[in-house]
Design a protein around this ligand. Structure first.
Ligand code: NAP
Length: 202
Protein backbone atom coordinates (compact mmCIF):
# COMPACT_ATOMS: atom_id res chain seq x y z
CA UNK A 1 0.00 0.00 0.00
CA UNK A 2 1.12 3.53 -0.80
CA UNK A 3 -0.79 6.07 1.26
CA UNK A 4 -1.38 9.62 0.07
CA UNK A 5 -3.45 12.36 1.63
CA UNK A 6 -3.80 16.08 1.01
CA UNK A 7 -4.15 19.30 2.94
CA UNK A 8 -7.57 20.84 2.21
CA UNK A 9 -7.97 24.50 1.18
CA UNK A 10 -9.43 25.74 4.49
CA UNK A 11 -6.36 24.41 6.34
CA UNK A 12 -3.77 26.15 4.21
CA UNK A 13 -1.10 28.36 5.83
CA UNK A 14 1.97 27.28 7.86
CA UNK A 15 0.66 26.42 11.34
CA UNK A 16 -2.74 25.20 10.12
CA UNK A 17 -1.10 22.80 7.65
CA UNK A 18 1.05 21.31 10.42
CA UNK A 19 -2.09 20.89 12.55
CA UNK A 20 -4.07 19.38 9.66
CA UNK A 21 -1.28 16.89 9.04
CA UNK A 22 -1.34 15.74 12.69
CA UNK A 23 -5.09 15.28 12.50
CA UNK A 24 -4.87 13.25 9.27
CA UNK A 25 -2.15 10.98 10.51
CA UNK A 26 -4.06 10.34 13.76
CA UNK A 27 -7.24 9.53 11.87
CA UNK A 28 -5.31 7.14 9.63
CA UNK A 29 -3.54 5.56 12.60
CA UNK A 30 -0.13 5.88 10.92
CA UNK A 31 3.30 7.06 11.98
CA UNK A 32 4.23 8.49 8.60
CA UNK A 33 2.69 9.09 5.19
CA UNK A 34 4.07 8.05 1.82
CA UNK A 35 2.92 11.23 0.11
CA UNK A 36 1.35 14.48 1.31
CA UNK A 37 -0.07 16.95 -1.22
CA UNK A 38 -1.44 20.51 -1.29
CA UNK A 39 -4.91 19.87 -2.73
CA UNK A 40 -5.43 23.16 -4.64
CA UNK A 41 -3.25 26.26 -5.22
CA UNK A 42 -5.12 28.64 -2.90
CA UNK A 43 -4.02 32.18 -3.87
CA UNK A 44 -2.00 33.99 -1.21
CA UNK A 45 -1.65 30.82 0.86
CA UNK A 46 0.07 28.06 -1.05
CA UNK A 47 3.69 29.24 -0.61
CA UNK A 48 3.24 29.33 3.19
CA UNK A 49 1.58 25.92 3.00
CA UNK A 50 4.60 24.66 1.07
CA UNK A 51 6.94 25.81 3.89
CA UNK A 52 5.02 23.52 6.23
CA UNK A 53 5.25 20.65 3.71
CA UNK A 54 9.04 21.13 3.60
CA UNK A 55 9.21 20.98 7.41
CA UNK A 56 7.17 17.76 7.51
CA UNK A 57 9.50 16.27 4.90
CA UNK A 58 12.67 17.43 6.65
CA UNK A 59 11.37 16.06 9.96
CA UNK A 60 10.81 12.65 8.34
CA UNK A 61 7.03 12.68 8.84
CA UNK A 62 6.37 12.05 5.14
CA UNK A 63 8.39 10.19 2.51
CA UNK A 64 7.45 12.57 -0.29
CA UNK A 65 5.70 15.92 -0.67
CA UNK A 66 3.90 17.37 -3.63
CA UNK A 67 1.02 19.39 -4.95
CA UNK A 68 -2.24 18.89 -6.80
CA UNK A 69 -3.96 20.99 -9.43
CA UNK A 70 -0.92 23.22 -9.89
CA UNK A 71 -0.37 24.93 -13.25
CA UNK A 72 3.14 25.84 -14.47
CA UNK A 73 2.99 29.33 -12.92
CA UNK A 74 1.99 27.90 -9.52
CA UNK A 75 4.88 25.42 -9.65
CA UNK A 76 7.32 28.19 -10.59
CA UNK A 77 6.18 30.28 -7.64
CA UNK A 78 6.69 27.40 -5.20
CA UNK A 79 10.07 26.53 -6.69
CA UNK A 80 11.32 30.15 -6.48
CA UNK A 81 10.76 30.22 -2.72
CA UNK A 82 11.77 26.77 -1.54
CA UNK A 83 14.65 24.41 -0.90
CA UNK A 84 12.67 21.24 -1.66
CA UNK A 85 10.69 21.24 -4.89
CA UNK A 86 7.40 19.36 -5.34
CA UNK A 87 8.02 15.70 -6.13
CA UNK A 88 4.52 15.04 -7.52
CA UNK A 89 1.82 17.11 -9.21
CA UNK A 90 -1.57 15.34 -9.22
CA UNK A 91 -3.78 16.92 -11.91
CA UNK A 92 -6.76 16.14 -14.10
CA UNK A 93 -5.23 14.40 -17.10
CA UNK A 94 -6.80 12.15 -19.77
CA UNK A 95 -7.17 11.94 -23.58
CA UNK A 96 -9.48 14.98 -23.71
CA UNK A 97 -7.10 17.04 -21.50
CA UNK A 98 -3.54 16.11 -22.41
CA UNK A 99 -1.81 19.07 -20.66
CA UNK A 100 1.18 18.92 -23.07
CA UNK A 101 3.05 21.96 -21.70
CA UNK A 102 2.48 21.02 -18.06
CA UNK A 103 3.65 17.45 -18.69
CA UNK A 104 6.83 18.73 -20.42
CA UNK A 105 7.50 21.21 -17.61
CA UNK A 106 7.09 18.54 -14.93
CA UNK A 107 9.31 16.11 -16.78
CA UNK A 108 12.03 18.74 -17.23
CA UNK A 109 11.92 19.54 -13.51
CA UNK A 110 11.66 15.91 -12.35
CA UNK A 111 8.18 16.41 -10.91
CA UNK A 112 6.16 13.21 -11.32
CA UNK A 113 2.82 13.93 -13.00
CA UNK A 114 -0.07 11.92 -11.55
CA UNK A 115 -3.43 11.77 -13.36
CA UNK A 116 -6.69 12.16 -11.46
CA UNK A 117 -9.90 11.15 -13.27
CA UNK A 118 -7.67 9.30 -15.77
CA UNK A 119 -10.74 7.45 -17.12
CA UNK A 120 -12.68 10.68 -17.70
CA UNK A 121 -14.99 9.66 -14.83
CA UNK A 122 -16.17 6.68 -16.89
CA UNK A 123 -16.86 8.66 -20.09
CA UNK A 124 -14.94 6.20 -22.25
CA UNK A 125 -17.34 6.10 -25.18
CA UNK A 126 -14.87 7.59 -27.67
CA UNK A 127 -14.76 5.98 -31.17
CA UNK A 128 -10.93 5.94 -31.38
CA UNK A 129 -10.69 4.19 -28.00
CA UNK A 130 -13.13 1.53 -29.23
CA UNK A 131 -11.10 1.06 -32.45
CA UNK A 132 -7.89 0.65 -30.45
CA UNK A 133 -9.70 -1.65 -28.03
CA UNK A 134 -10.49 -4.03 -30.94
CA UNK A 135 -6.99 -3.67 -32.41
CA UNK A 136 -5.13 -4.55 -29.17
CA UNK A 137 -7.72 -6.84 -27.57
CA UNK A 138 -7.87 -4.59 -24.49
CA UNK A 139 -10.70 -2.49 -22.99
CA UNK A 140 -10.95 1.28 -23.66
CA UNK A 141 -9.93 1.84 -20.02
CA UNK A 142 -6.82 -0.30 -20.47
CA UNK A 143 -5.92 1.59 -23.66
CA UNK A 144 -6.10 4.90 -21.78
CA UNK A 145 -4.11 3.65 -18.78
CA UNK A 146 -1.43 2.19 -21.07
CA UNK A 147 -1.26 5.56 -22.89
CA UNK A 148 -0.59 7.21 -19.51
CA UNK A 149 2.07 4.67 -18.63
CA UNK A 150 3.89 5.23 -21.93
CA UNK A 151 3.78 8.98 -21.22
CA UNK A 152 5.36 8.17 -17.79
CA UNK A 153 2.27 9.47 -16.01
CA UNK A 154 1.14 7.76 -12.79
CA UNK A 155 -2.60 7.03 -12.65
CA UNK A 156 -5.14 6.62 -9.84
CA UNK A 157 -8.20 5.12 -11.61
CA UNK A 158 -11.11 4.56 -9.20
CA UNK A 159 -13.56 1.68 -9.33
CA UNK A 160 -15.89 -0.04 -6.90
CA UNK A 161 -16.16 -3.02 -9.30
CA UNK A 162 -13.83 -5.96 -8.64
CA UNK A 163 -13.35 -7.03 -12.28
CA UNK A 164 -12.63 -3.41 -13.32
CA UNK A 165 -10.04 -2.98 -10.56
CA UNK A 166 -8.31 -6.11 -11.89
CA UNK A 167 -8.69 -4.93 -15.49
CA UNK A 168 -7.19 -1.53 -14.67
CA UNK A 169 -4.09 -3.19 -13.21
CA UNK A 170 -3.62 -5.49 -16.21
CA UNK A 171 -1.87 -3.16 -18.64
CA UNK A 172 1.70 -4.45 -18.63
CA UNK A 173 1.45 -7.10 -21.37
CA UNK A 174 1.00 -4.91 -24.46
CA UNK A 175 2.43 -1.73 -25.97
CA UNK A 176 0.75 1.01 -28.03
CA UNK A 177 2.59 1.99 -31.21
CA UNK A 178 3.94 5.54 -31.44
CA UNK A 179 1.36 6.20 -34.14
CA UNK A 180 -1.48 5.14 -31.84
CA UNK A 181 0.01 7.21 -28.98
CA UNK A 182 -0.11 10.23 -31.32
CA UNK A 183 -3.71 9.43 -32.32
CA UNK A 184 -4.79 9.41 -28.66
CA UNK A 185 -2.84 12.66 -28.04
CA UNK A 186 -4.80 14.25 -30.88
CA UNK A 187 -8.11 13.69 -29.03
CA UNK A 188 -7.22 16.65 -26.78
CA UNK A 189 -9.98 19.27 -26.42
CA UNK A 190 -8.67 20.93 -23.22
CA UNK A 191 -11.87 19.56 -21.72
CA UNK A 192 -12.13 19.46 -17.92
CA UNK A 193 -14.62 17.32 -16.01
CA UNK A 194 -13.48 18.97 -12.77
CA UNK A 195 -12.73 22.57 -11.69
CA UNK A 196 -10.21 24.87 -13.38
CA UNK A 197 -7.13 25.46 -11.14
CA UNK A 198 -6.96 29.08 -12.34
CA UNK A 199 -10.58 29.78 -11.52
CA UNK A 200 -12.05 28.05 -8.48
CA UNK A 201 -13.77 29.49 -5.43
CA UNK A 202 -13.58 26.86 -2.71
N1 NAP B 1 -6.67 15.89 -6.68
C1 NAP B 1 -7.91 16.20 -7.00
O1 NAP B 1 -8.30 17.38 -6.95
C2 NAP B 1 -8.86 15.13 -7.46
C3 NAP B 1 -10.06 15.51 -8.09
C4 NAP B 1 -10.93 14.50 -8.52
C5 NAP B 1 -10.62 13.16 -8.32
N2 NAP B 1 -9.46 12.84 -7.68
C6 NAP B 1 -9.13 11.40 -7.42
O2 NAP B 1 -8.88 10.71 -8.63
C7 NAP B 1 -9.29 9.35 -8.50
C8 NAP B 1 -10.06 8.92 -9.73
O3 NAP B 1 -10.92 9.92 -10.18
P1 NAP B 1 -12.46 9.76 -10.53
O4 NAP B 1 -13.08 8.73 -9.66
O5 NAP B 1 -13.04 11.13 -10.57
O6 NAP B 1 -12.46 9.28 -12.04
P2 NAP B 1 -11.95 8.02 -12.91
O7 NAP B 1 -11.03 7.12 -12.16
O8 NAP B 1 -11.51 8.62 -14.20
O9 NAP B 1 -13.34 7.29 -13.22
C9 NAP B 1 -14.05 6.56 -12.29
C10 NAP B 1 -15.28 6.02 -13.01
O10 NAP B 1 -14.87 5.13 -14.04
C11 NAP B 1 -15.49 3.88 -13.88
N3 NAP B 1 -14.49 2.85 -14.25
C12 NAP B 1 -13.39 2.49 -13.55
N4 NAP B 1 -12.72 1.52 -14.19
C13 NAP B 1 -13.40 1.27 -15.34
C14 NAP B 1 -13.20 0.36 -16.40
N5 NAP B 1 -12.17 -0.48 -16.44
N6 NAP B 1 -14.11 0.37 -17.43
C15 NAP B 1 -15.17 1.21 -17.40
N7 NAP B 1 -15.40 2.11 -16.42
C16 NAP B 1 -14.53 2.13 -15.38
C17 NAP B 1 -15.89 3.80 -12.42
O11 NAP B 1 -17.04 3.02 -12.29
P3 NAP B 1 -17.28 1.95 -11.09
O12 NAP B 1 -16.66 2.54 -9.83
O13 NAP B 1 -18.76 1.84 -11.05
O14 NAP B 1 -16.59 0.66 -11.51
C18 NAP B 1 -16.20 5.25 -12.11
O15 NAP B 1 -17.53 5.59 -12.51
C19 NAP B 1 -10.10 9.25 -7.23
O16 NAP B 1 -9.30 8.60 -6.26
C20 NAP B 1 -10.32 10.69 -6.80
O17 NAP B 1 -10.33 10.87 -5.41
C21 NAP B 1 -8.56 13.79 -7.26
Amino acid sequence: MFITTKVWNADQGYESTLAAFEQSIQKLGLEYLDLYLIHWPVAGKFTETWRAMEKLYQDGRVRAIGVSNFQIHHLQKVMENSSVKPMVNQVEFHPLLTQKDLLAFCRKNQIQLEAWSPLMQGNLDVPLLHDLSSKYGKSPAQIVLRWDLQHQVVTIPKSVTKHRIEENANIFDFELSQEDMNRIDSLNQNKRFGPDPDNFNF
